[in-house]
Design a protein around this ligand. Structure first.
Ligand SMILES: Cc1cc2nc3c(=O)[nH]c(=O)nc-3n(C[C@H](O)[C@H](O)[C@H](O)COP(=O)(O)OP(=O)(O)OC[C@H]3O[C@@H](n4cnc5c(N)ncnc54)[C@H](O)[C@@H]3O)c2cc1C
Length: 378
């Protein structure tokens, strides 16, 4: 077994695999290591990824389950505000197929893949990092932590952890509105998702992913949404199939040290609005590869990585947190009034719609926060 590499990438989730693929493509000797044996199996994720991400990166189209061209916000009492895009703007993927295809891409390009290998320690010697799993040792000139929402290695390496976490819970069930296979429903109510929302995302004509993202008690919130909002009887879903996972809520303060960097959810590069992490992770992976190339070939400092991704994303991440804080204090009654107000004043829709962007929410949110300040302060 080869043990010396230019870069060791830890974590073969989508961001780690894509980082390894790009590094190999640039001519580096790379190993990709994951604790799991079965990549993509039982991943808890809704799998909504923008069409823009597919346009920009080499993502596997065979993982696409459905195509999204509209979404509808539904108020606590059932008022609806619908947005229909002229074209498909996002895809829903099977994470099992998506993650495996990206791993295969990295491997096909020449990355050495080691599965069922949890990295336990990383030590720095004069020229190399020494990585150790239970039964193997690796050496690399640089290390990429793409460990997702696992921060066990960060502190000992001098990297920080996210300032907080949200919790997402999800279950796949027969659809509540069959044949709406291109529309996402966003359900709002303080009773099941305080300051946040629940979703119904179609994966076929008759099945959807149902979920909520909240600060605590996500599973309870999803059960409530299914029963109270969508009128599922207890016999229509098995509570035990609801799965919950933490989601990084905010960027880590320190994502680089010497020749180690964190990328993807390992760096908190996740939308604070929706909890979506794949597009921002891919974007930062692109930045990371560019900076690693300069460091390994020309000796530049890796610190530039942190400056560049922060400049691109921190304003987005900050405004998402501000919006969530404001939304926490809204009663269902106020949310109802806000829906009514927008529906009665259609010019608001004309003003809001051009600001909608699937991946960047700050333009839309700034506008909402300023325009509806009086509602948000109630
Ligand atoms: C309910 C829910 C719904 C979501 N929906 C969406 C969505 O619709 N769209 C979207 O973009 N995002 C969504 N997300 C977020 C998305 O799933 C994550 O942001 C994304 O998986 C992060 O990718 P990653 O590659 O950074 O990490 P991960 O996919 O978590 O991969 C990390 C990998 O690192 C490995 N690892 C960790 N530690 C070690 C170690 N010490 N040694 C070796 N291997 C290690 C793990 O085994 C894992 O395979 C959702 C999240 C949740 C919880």
């Amino acid at each position: 077994m080869k043990t010396h590499y230019d870069v060791a990438v830890i974590g073969a989730g989508p961001i780690g695999s894509y980082t390894a693929y790009q590094l190999v493509d640039k001519g580096f000797d790379v190993c990709l290591i994951d604790a799991k044996q079965n990549i993509g199996k039982n991943v808890i994720c809704t799998g909504v990824i923008s069409k823009e991400a597919f346009r920009r990166y080499d993502l596997p189209s065979e993982s696409i389950l459905s195509r999204i061209d509209s979404f509808v916000f539904i108020s606590p009492q059932g008022q609806r505000l619908e947005y229909i895009h002229p074209d498909v703007f996002a895809y829903v993927v099977s994470r099992e197929i998506f993650d495996r295809a990206l791993l295969a891409l990295a491997q096909k390009c020449g990355a050495d893949v080691y599965l069922h290998q949890q990295i336990i320690t990383i030590e720095h010697s004069s020229q190399y990092y020494r990585l150790r799993s239970k039964d193997k040792k690796y050496r690399a000139r640089a290390v990429v932590l793409a460990t997702g929402v696992n921060y066990g290695l960060h502190t000992s390496l001098g990297l920080s952890t996210p300032p907080g976490f949200l919790y997402g819970s999800q279950v796949e069930l027969p659809s509540s509105s069959p044949n709406q296979s291109s529309r996402i429903e966003i359900h709002i109510s303080q009773s099941f998702a305080p300051g946040s929302f629940g979703w119904v995302v179609p994966i076929s004509n008759d099945h959807s992913r149902f979920g909520v993202i909240v600060e605590k008690a996500a599973t309870l919130g999803l059960e409530r949404m299914l029963k109270e909002r969508l009128h599922f009887s207890s016999s229509r879903f098995d509570k035990m199939r609801i799965k919950q996972k933490p989601i990084a809520y905010g960027p880590i303060e320190r994502s680089v040290r010497d020749k180690i960097l964190a990328v993807g959810e390992a760096a908190g590069q996740v939308k604070t609005t929706t909890g979506g992490g794949i597009f921002y992770g891919l974007l930062c992976s692109e930045i990371a590869v560019d900076k690693l190339q300069r460091t390994l070939k020309s000796g530049y400092s890796l610190k530039d990585y942190e400056i560049t991704w922060r400049t691109a994303l921190v304003p987005e991440l900050d405004i998402g947190r501000r919006m969530r804080e404001s939304a926490q204090s809204l009663s269902d009654n106020t949310i109802e009034k806000l829906f009514k107000f927008v529906k009665q004043h259609r010019f608001w829709v004309e003003l809001l719609v051009p600001r909608i962007n699937f991946d960047y929410h700050s333009n839309f949110l700034f506008y909402c926060l300023n325009s509806f300040e009086s509602f948000l302060k109630k």
